[in-house]
Design a binder for this molecule. Structure first.
Ligand code: INI
Length: 157
């Protein structure tokens, strides 16, 4: 019989760390709200959620890595918003955060979820922060719960 393994969408008993950037706080606070709401709707209690603010998206990776290395979080969510219109170093910030989050996953074995908006305009960011295109923070929370549950299952095989 084929063994098929899928992560379930519930928070379980694990803790979730959310690292959120203060830069573009108008957007990122909505991502945070979406993530917390989604975790709570899937059973997470307040004690299971820790929120850590950092200055900007560039700073997310280091804080997220420290949290992942503790070993007592089931997943770390990384929430930020990089908007091309505002900066000449858009590509640099995007490159840093995507590489950083990828490295945390592989180096710590703790799921680090990429919940960073990379948009050309503020309008696009708003659309992904709780309006037309959903809420990327909530999507990150779903991925965090699924990966946390999946990794627990893989450990128990
Ligand atoms: N940080 C962001 O989170 N989003 C941005 O769009 C952004 N822009 O436009 O520059 C940004 N810059 C700050 C950066 O993340 C660092 O906080 C800063 O460079 C200090 O290290």
């Amino acid at each position: 019989m084929i063994q098929e393994i899928k992560g379930q969408l519930n928070a379980g008993a694990g803790r979730y760390a959310i690292v959120v950037s203060r830069f573009n706080e108008f957007i990122t606070s909505r991502l945070l709200g979406g993530a917390v709401d989604c975790l709570q709707r899937h059973g997470a209690k307040d004690e299971q959620i820790a929120v850590v603010w950092v200055p900007g998206t560039i700073e997310i990776s280091l804080a997220a890595k420290k949290l992942a290395q503790r070993g007592d979080f089931a997943a770390v969510l990384c929430l930020g918003a990089v908007i091309r219109g505002q900066t000449g170093h858009y590509d640099h910030v995007c490159q840093q955060i995507s590489r950083g989050v990828g490295q945390i996953n592989l180096e710590t074995g703790v799921p680090a979820i990429f919940g960073v908006l990379t948009c050309d305009t503020i309008e696009q960011a708003i659309e992904r922060a709780g309006t037309k295109q959903g809420n990327a923070g909530a999507s990150a929370a779903l991925a965090a719960m699924e990966m946390a549950d999946l990794l627990a299952q893989l450990q128990a095989l």
